[in-house]
Design a protein around this ligand. Sequence first.
Ligand code: 7TS
Length: 429
Amino acid sequence: MTIVEQPKASGTTGGAAPRGALDAAALRADFPILDQEVNGHRLVYLDSASTSQKPNVVIDAVSAYYREYNANVHRGIYTIGEKATAEYEGARARVARFINAPDSHEIVFTRNATEAINLVAYSWGRANIDRGDAIVLTEMEHHANLVPWQLLVQEKDGDLEFVPISDDGLLRLEVFEVLLHLKPKLVAFTHVSNTLGTINPVRQIADMAHAAGALVLVDGAQAVPHVPVDIEALGVDFYAFSGHKMLAPMGSGALWARRELLEAMPPFLAGGEMIREVHLRRSDWNDIPWKFEAGTPAVGDAIGLGVAADYLTALGMDAVRAHERELVAYALEALPRAVPDIAVYGPMDLDLRGGVIPFNLPDIHPHDVAQILDRYGIAVRAGHHCTMPLHERLDLAATARASFSVFSTNADIDALAAGLVEVERIFRG
Ligand code: 7TS
């Protein structure tokens, strides 16, 4: 069995040597999907904000689970069942280490960030939000961190308030300060915007929210794959993220929450696994985190998530961040050079921006842009990226979006730039 070994990433110096810069070109060998042609061209995958590609170590770990020790967890008296349980719980410890969570029992495995946020909205939210209570969100939230709160306040007759953004895509904290006078019970916001790339000042916002008596939930779906995340340093109460955006399998994700909150929260989904004792008319709940993991979990996917976390740690999240910062700098220069009339949105300060480039070409619908780019093997997303209110705020129907991961290179951006020249040639003749 292979997966207990620490994954090695080929783009690192490895061993105990100081972590160097990330060699994305070398790293690409770890991602088998990249070694193919699409429509006669090298696949240029620029949609990692939707989902990242998966390295061999993750694919192999999932495969090893199914080939060698597929069994249900927390039940087996037999060897492969014990092995599955040990690897599943080991994955929880790996994920906890990755985000510097103080206690691995504070990690609840979920299917994705959406489920993690819904868990909080249903469990904590329904127990704690009453008539007239305010929840503060922001204008840049993904629908996953908006709609669950809409449902909650509709049910409870609560109130949603929104921190507006500036024209360059930053949260207007002076307005947030005023909203805190409403004494919200919860402040929930994204760490990194999936549409604008904005990196929000989590610690500062959390400190302001706590000073006003609110709890803080952070949507980390676009942060954990791209910037170092240290739960202790961030000082938040809930942190939700998806595995599939951080090189892990589809269907993996996690919620981190402070132990005392998880212990006080009622169950979300009910059934097997999450109980200690069941009688016909009442039941007792299991300890955390299993209280929140009803039914048979996605064991192989969780194991893959643990391996992905170790893979990113081996690369060094500082190196990952530095690499993506360089890609953004390169793109912000290369794209307008190739197509001078391009409009690029989001903060232009590279310290405040992750690896996401939303853009438009005048009078060309982003769907057409994406479709023509696909002819050249270039994958970008077009649409509202599940941030319709943000697009409304920016007065945009839609945008095209290129987004990066550890395996993205300047050559990918060059291909995008050349593709955009072709788009303009086709549309403008
Ligand atoms: N939060 C943010 C900030 C996201 O970007 C996404 C997905 C989610 C939550 C939901 O993640 P899920 O794994 O639960 O679906 N964002 C995108 C995107 O930008 N393009 O496709 C999915």
